[in-house]
Design a protein around this ligand. Structure first.
Ligand code: GRF
Length: 207
């Protein structure tokens, strides 16, 4: 069984999609061993506990500086001995030491078609505001491996979503979640758990 640890920061709708997909048999060969949030009082921790998954929070606010947080955070992650770490709406930079320790074993969901609308400062609603500002007709979501750079790792899966003329950022965010994020993230986890993914250089090949 692939030991999967999920990192969250907010509402946890992507975490819920993973939990539901596992319960419906759309994800097999996976044990959800834990959830870590960088916020104490978020719905995602409640979703984890309702699903019987151990859930803890490790907040940068509780540490004097980022280096001390990074160390404590990585220590907490290692306690779960994960095989795969899933960033599901996680908004804290992953410590470089953790990226190298879990090379090609950390995946992230980003709410755009990378390389559009990604990188530093592009997260959550901001991504959709920029997509609407630019006037794109199609956007979507991307699952990718996490590397040192922000949103630069090999792309595992993408799904396009139509932008409607009268979309607001909130309406577009919800459509991207419903029609893309909540589908491709569970699918990517199932593909990895069942050995259907191979990384060749910067490309991900589905076997
Ligand atoms: C989503 O738009 C996700 O793509 C982004 O964070 C937002 C909230 O995700 N990474 P969730 O509801 O906490 O899963």
């Amino acid at each position: 069984m692939l030991r999967v640890l999920v990192l969250v920061s907010g509402g946890g709708t992507n975490l819920q999609a993973i939990i539901d997909a596992k319960n419906e048999g759309k994800i097999t060969g996976v044990e959800l061993v834990g959830v870590i949030s960088n916020n104490k009082t978020v719905k995602s921790l409640e979703r984890a506990r309702n699903a019987g998954i151990p859930a803890v929070s490790v907040s940068p606010k509780d540490y004097e500086n980022r280096a001390l947080f990074n160390e404590a955070f990585l220590e907490e992650v290692n306690k779960f001995t994960p095989d795969l770490i899933v960033l599901a709406g996680f908004l804290v930079a992953i410590p470089p030491k953790m990226v190298s320790q879990y090379s090609n074993r950390i995946i992230n969901i980003h709410p755009s078609l990378i390389p559009s609308f990604c990188g530093v400062g592009y997260y959550g609603l901001k991504v959709h505001e920029k997509a609407l500002e630019r006037g794109v007709k199609v956007t979507g979501a991307t699952v990718h491996f996490v590397t040192e750079g922000m949103d630069e790792g090999p792309i595992i899966a993408q799904k396009a979503v139509v932008v409607e003329d009268n979309d607001t950022p909130e309406v577009l965010q919800r459509r991207v979640m419903e029609q893309a994020e909540w589908l491709i993230l569970p699918q990517a986890i199932d593909d990895i758990a069942n050995g259907r993914i191979a990384v060749e250089g910067h490309r991900v090949i589905k076997k």
